[in-house]
Design a protein around this ligand. Sequence first.
Ligand code: NAD
Ligand code: SER
Length: 319
Amino acid sequence: MKQEHILIIGAGGQIGSVLTDTLRELYGDDRVVASDLHPLEGQSGPTEVLNALEGQALEAVVKKWRINQIYHLAAILSATGEKDPMRAWNVNMTSLFNVLEIARQRGLGKVYFPSSIAVFGREAAPVDTPQYEVLIPETVYGISKVAGENWANYYFRRYGVDVRSLRYPGIIGYQSMPGGGTTDYAVDIYHYAIQKKPFECFLRADTRLPMLYMPDAIRGTVELMEAPANSLSVRTSYNLAGMSFTPEEVASSIRKLMPNFKITYKPDFRQAIADSWPAAIDDSAARYDWHWHPEYDLDAMTKDMLRHLAVKYHLGELA
Ligand code: NAD
Ligand code: SER
């Protein structure tokens, strides 16, 4: 066991809930403090109710548990952010500044801050979007992630804070539900399919977006955090890719196992957000620097998602 004292902020969310379990397996239950705005149930290790907008409360938790690493996952995501842009900006930036400042003041070992494909806008190359590309996002979420990446880089270069970051694509997992993003359909669709319900998709059939299966996302996060500092050439945020698909392609993948699955399309305001994002991004910097490689393609993910959801919904073995 490694002697880290880790704080996860936003541990109750889609990614945080899975990451908490993985980090506890790696470092020990008692070494990983899971925190969120609301009490967390069913935990195998310590928890805190923590609003990351409150700097003094964050400092108290860091002192109490002798924290030396923070995974800062709390954020307002793309679709929810567009409903109240000022709130999204405040939550995403104030919480990040609180984390970066506590890390600087107390000399914390490492900080993890996830960025997103939302940093890209229509001016960026839509396919194989390079690591270093023009960043003109069209959502407040994307603007906050571009700003966050640059502040991460600033704190690293100016103060030596070891902040590490990944530009996650849409993350898909069976363990948890997504929290207000534009890629959420790609999780919801599996829940409808396994329950034999027709699915109405809020994106057009041909909307191609970068996606990543949860096990790959969690493994990539841990691998980045464990990589030697001198191997990391990117101190804003690494492009991270897994697969790219359209809603129609997920539906076809599901139909290989559930031939009667039905999908209809009713695009809403999230279509414009998706249209401003790339279809596939180039993650060669991550592959070169810390040997990133995804394991799941669409069909492998579909099989695994449906198998686990069948258990979750008490449907027995998937035929
Ligand atoms: P989520 O919305 O599921 O979870 C976020 C969690 O943060 C929630 O549990 C929420 O209660 C908590 N939170 C919100 N405000 C808080 C505050 N002020 N103080 C403490 N906690 C607060 O999000 P997620 O999908 O798990 O995403 C985690 C991170 O990964 C975010 O930074 C997000 O931008 C990034 N990301 C996610 C995806 C994805 O597809 N899920 C893709 C790209 C980037
Ligand atoms: N999955 C996220 C969203 O749709 C991308 O950051 O907001």
